[in-house]
Design a binder for this molecule. Structure first.
Ligand SMILES: [Zn+2]
Length: 308
């Protein structure tokens, strides 16, 4: 039986405009949609129009002064990598809103799994600043919203090639949100060592798998079929949220991991088999080869739909 699988996308994400030749461009989403729409799974996906995140949803993880800065800024750089255009604030609210919408629909029983095809991405965004192409931390907004709806324990998985510094910091002292990340290391943004395991109440609820350049399918299999399963079994989450960055692909121009299409499928299967019967929601982070990101998202959607 296919799973009730949502695909969340809004044209407003194309309005977050970038300077020419910036890798985090609207063509990434166009490439994903082009491949997905001609695939044989397209008719089986439940297309969902994402709602806009509310101010309170964003405030649950970001400082008021930072939200205000983003709202007021019409065009310019938040950091050397992170550009804002006139459409960025709205796009960012809808990017965070997609995961909020998906969680609500899972709670209502309309969906079991979902993928949010959004931009700007989120996992580098800190409480008080944007960085690394990220404006609002979408997955973190999702974690707090899920808790508001009664999903007490949230497990965040981040397989983007870059460490999700923002997400780690937001939940570092928290024992109700687990952060699990694999990433190239050392690499941007510099955080993500194996010794970073949380503090205070959050000790033991942060788990990093630093991977050296050149790592690929074999290392990912160990991460997502062994280590992930151990941590999920211990934590016993009520919902799983995934920062899915396809810059782990061997074709990606920005980083040095070497994951194949078969490796992408294996990671998604590892995530879906970690704990059955709870919602699993993916939100797009990086991935800068148009060919690789389109192929990878299609593989992800096939697994979300059909993997038992
Ligand atoms: Zn990345």
């Amino acid at each position: 039986m296919p799973k009730k699988t949502g695909f969340l996308y809004n044209d407003i994400y194309l309005k977050h405009e970038m300077p020419d030749s910036h890798p985090e461009c609207a063509d990434r989403l166009r490439a994903i949609l082009a491949d997905l729409k001609v695939s044989k799974i397209w008719p089986s996906l439940i297309k969902v129009e994402p709602e806009k995140a509310s101010y309170d949803d964003i405030r649950a993880v970001h400082a008021d002064e930072y939200i205000e800065q983003v709202r007021r800024m019409k065009r310019g750089y938040l950091d050397p990598d992170t550009y804002m255009s006139e459409g960025t604030y709205e796009a960012a609210l809808y990017a965070a809103g997609a995961i909020v919408t998906a969680i609500r629909k899972c709670k209502d029983g309309e969906l079991e799994r979902a993928f949010c095809a959004v931009r700007p991405p989120g996992h580098h965004a800190e409480e008080d600043r944007g960085m690394g192409f990220c404006i609002f931390n979408n997955v973190a907004v999702g974690a707090r919203f899920a808790q508001k709806l009664g999903y007490r324990k949230v497990f965040i998985i981040d397989f983007d090639v870059h460490h999700g510094n923002g997400t780690q910091h937001m939940f570092y002292a928290d024992d109700t949100v687990f952060y699990f990340s694999s990433h190239q290391y050392p690499h941007y943004p510099g955080t993500g060592g194996a010794m970073e395991v949380g503090i205070g109440k959050g000790m033991g609820f942060n788990y990093n798998i630093p991977l050296s350049s050149g790592s690929g399918d074999r290392e990912m299999h160990d991460a997502y079929h062994v280590k992930l399963h151990e941590q999920v079994a211990k934590f016993s989450p009520d919902i799983i949220l995934v920062s899915s960055g396809y810059d782990i692909h061997r074709m990606d121009p920005l980083a040095g991991l070497s994951v194949s299409n078969a490796g992408i499928k294996d990671i998604v299967d590892g995530i879906l088999s970690a704990k059955r019967g709870i919602p699993v929601i993916f939100t797009l982070e990086g991935g800068y080869s148009l060919e690789a990101i389109a192929a990878s998202v299609l593989i992800t959607m096939e697994e979300l739909l059909n993997y038992e």
